[in-house]
Design a protein around this ligand. Structure first.
Ligand SMILES: C[S@@+](CC[C@H](N)C(=O)[O-])C[C@H]1O[C@@H](n2cnc3c(N)ncnc32)[C@H](O)[C@@H]1O
Ligand code: SF4
Length: 412
């Protein structure tokens, strides 16, 4: 990354630029702009989970400051509009935190305010994350009526002991009731499941997946529990299954989901035909996204550059800055030499890999710039390719970071 203004340590400088800055000539020539998505971050949860390093904060008092936060999001969007002028939005993802803490009326207002400012494509996918602990009768249907088309449920497990060990606010009964309601209210939905949990056995993973599949979910995201720095678990690590057991768990999950008609189309994502998550696919295909909300990240393309932005992370600071039209804490141009690695960090997560034309279209670089790395990856059996596409092999999928690192620039 080339910092075009030194990355501002949070709490100091806000970055403000006008549109001419992004439109000026540069060393890249992008033949077309990629599809655009919108990410909205709602940073509050009922309580902080011990494994979580997302920008999420336990709600103070009874509820999140919905009205003030939505006003800040819209002020932030107004300030960002010139950067995406004339472009349609193909997907919206309301993530968190726990977005389902917000009332359906607040989500309705938020989506209405967005529609008044942006052109959404006719089939725009609108996903919202929900936590079974915020479930109450008819709440999900009300989100549906507000315009949400896809619900992503943070189930994690259906086992009471494991839910407790993860510090979740819900038990298995609430998880079952919430998934049933989601399945009834939405044509398409996702379940987030974690495995390799403290004390978990292979049989218990099997039971969790069997329970999840009973609901015929069109999409499941399955994550290996990772111990992230600066979390409670990093300080007080629980006893986790051995690596070999965790690999066996993943094999079992892939086998069971495949038998149920779900394809593993990305490292952690399994979907039935026609139910892949458009929003996440756009990230993995190196599409563009504008991220609004505390700590949200954006990636945006212009005719001669690709930029990344980060908004202020602390919710109170974010709201104050956004209302002043200055929500950016960082704004950097991705350097030519970093673009191949950045592209591969995303595209090689996909089972079907990427088209060579898409590489050129999204990075503005010729495929000759990655030819040496592609040859090295092929020699190591990590990719297979034809004249048009590059795909990770089974081995490449298993050793993904080794494969991606081949595309790191050597500083030249
Ligand atoms: C931002 S959370 C979204 C939903 C909501 N906040 C919840 O937890 O129910 C996204 C998902 O990331 C996964 N996740 C979070 N922290 C993780 C960790 N340390 N290791 C593995 N997966 C994690 C969980 O499956 C979680 O549902
Ligand atoms: S509910 Fe989700 S976002 Fe909130 S702390 Fe737990 S894992 Fe993190």
């Amino acid at each position: 990354m080339i910092p075009i203004q030194p990355a501002a340590p949070e709490g100091e400088v806000a970055v403000q630029r006008d549109i001419q800055h992004y439109m000026r000539p540069g060393s890249l020539q992008l033949p077309a702009l990629p599809p655009l998505s919108l990410y909205i971050h709602l940073p509050w949860c009922l309580k902080k989970c011990p494994y979580c390093d997302f920008n999420s904060h336990a709600v103070q008092g009874d509820s999140a400051p919905e009205d003030a936060y939505i006003a800040a999001l819209i002020a932030d969007l107004d300030a960002a509009l010139p950067l995406i002028w004339g472009r349609s939005v193909h997907s919206i993802f309301i993530g968190g935190g726990t977005p389902s803490l917000f009332s359906p009326a607040a989500i309705d207002r938020l989506l209405g305010d967005i529609r008044a400012r942006l052109r959404l494509s006719a089939d725009c996918e609108i996903t919202m994350e929900a936590n079974p602990g915020t479930f109450e009768k008819d709440r999900f249907r009300a989100f549906r009526r507000a315009g949400v088309t896809r619900l992503s449920m943070g189930v994690q497990s259906f086992h009471d002991g494991h839910l407790k060990a993860l510090g979740r606010v819900h038990d298995s009964k609430q998880a079952l009731a919430a998934v049933e309601e989601a399945a009834g209210a939405f044509d398409t939905f996702n379940l987030d499941i974690m495995y390799a949990l403290p004390g978990q056995t292979l049989e218990q993973v099997d039971a969790d997946i069997a329970q999840a599949l009973q609901f015929k979910p069109p999409h499941i995201s399955i994550y290996h529990l990772t111990i992230e720095p600066n979390t409670y678990f990093a300080k007080f690590p629980p006893a986790l299954p051995e690596d070999d057991t965790a690999y066996a768990m993943l094999d079992l999950i892939t086998e069971r989901t495949q038998a149920a008609g779900l394809q593993r189309y990305e490292v952690s994502a399994y979907a039935a035909d026609g139910h892949r998550c458009w929003h996440n696919l756009n990230y993995w295909q190196f599409g563009d996204y504008l991220g609004l909300g505390a700590g949200a990240h954006s990636k945006l393309s212009f005719a001669h550059r690709v930029i990344r932005q980060v908004r202020f992370r602390d919710p109170a600071r974010y709201m104050q800055q956004a209302m002043a039209g200055a929500a950016l804490a960082q704004d950097e141009e991705v350097s030519r030499s970093d673009l191949p690695f950045e592209f591969m960090l995303n595209a090689l997560r996909l089972r079907h890999g990427f088209g060579l034309r898409d590489f050129t279209e999204r990075t503005g670089l010729a495929t000759t710039s990655i030819e040496a790395a592609l040859q090295a990856a092929e020699r190591k059996g990590l990719i297979e390719r034809d004249y048009a596409r590059v795909r990770p092999t089974e081995r490449g999928f298993d050793f993904l970071s080794d494969l991606q690192e081949l595309f790191l620039s050597n500083g030249n």
